[in-house]
Design a binder for this molecule. Structure first.
Ligand SMILES: Nc1ncnc2c1ncn2[C@@H]1O[C@H](COP(=O)(O)OP(=O)(O)OP(=O)(O)O)[C@@H](O)[C@H]1O
Ligand SMILES: [Mg+2]
Length: 226
């Protein structure tokens, strides 16, 4: 369960300027790498590239390679990619599928798409809801939640998939202290199972609580060597 960027440079579609330049970064099995940097440094871009969404889904031009368990993302199709690397975005509402009627269905969607049996799907969904203490939201409509609740649903959705690789872009931005504590615990548990995790985050305290190795990005380049 490793995630590795080798000499990665990336340009958004329609832009000349490279948002990432010669990035080398390795996240080993069970490791949590915390990605910090100022606004516009390239954290979110690195998350998009590390998860394979860029360029596969949003276009643009990639040089170098992103390797998942040593295998290049270039050769994986989009649906295979989704099964390989989980991503939690900075804006949790954008992450809701929009096709489910309840939070329970929303969190179950990942396991269902993985083709898991019903009993396993239900068990994982319950466990994921419990991990971030949102069992009481199970029957609520996903589009009628507060920002913090939506963020917890997005994280529960990822936990339910038990991804081997997980990329999180400011996953706790809308959470209070108790929500952050729950997320830290859940992510540490996932990492102790071997998941390779990349967390873009301004909050150093959160990264310390995660025991993350800190990597800093500035102007699209890794400033502190990985
Ligand atoms: N969709 C896009 N199209 C073109 N350029 C983009 C796009 N998204 C981001 N950029 C540019 O890429 C650079 C890096 O932005 P990015 O969003 O990765 O920064 P960030 O470190 O996540 O910042 P923040 O802390 O504000 O979230 C910026 O110059 C930004 O303007
Ligand atoms: Mg960002």
């Amino acid at each position: 369960m490793t995630l590795e960027l080798r000499g990665v440079s990336y340009r958004y579609p329609g832009y000349r300027r490279r948002a990432l330049e010669s990035v080398d970064l390795r996240v080993g099995e069970g490791a949590i790498v915390g990605l910090t940097g100022r606004n516009e440094a390239g954290k979110s871009t690195l998350c998009l590239v590390a998860s394979g969404l860029a360029p596969a889904s949003i276009g643009g031009e990639l040089a170098g390679d992103v390797l998942v368990d040593g295998e290049s993302l270039r050769v994986l199709r989009t649906h295979e990619l989704a099964a390989r690397v989980g991503i939690v975005f900075v804006n949790p509402a954008s992450q809701l599928s929009g096709i489910t009627g309840t939070v329970f269905e929303e969190v179950a969607l990942g396991p269902v798409n993985l083709g898991l049996a019903v009993a396993e799907t239900v068990a994982r969904t319950r466990a994921a809801l419990a991990a971030v203490a949102i069992e009481d939201l199970a029957e609520r409509a996903p589009n009628r939640l507060s920002g913090g609740q939506t963020q917890l649903v997005a994280i529960a959705s990822m936990l339910a998939m038990r991804p081997r690789h997980l990329v999180l872009d400011e996953p706790v931005a809308e959470l209070d202290l108790e929500g952050r504590r729950l997320v830290v615990e859940a992510l540490r548990a996932l990492a102790s199972g071997g998941t390779a995790m990349l967390v873009a985050e301004h909050d150093r305290e959160l990264l310390a609580a995660l025991d993350a190795r800190i990597v800093t990005i500035a102007d699209g380049r890794i400033a502190v060597p990985a």
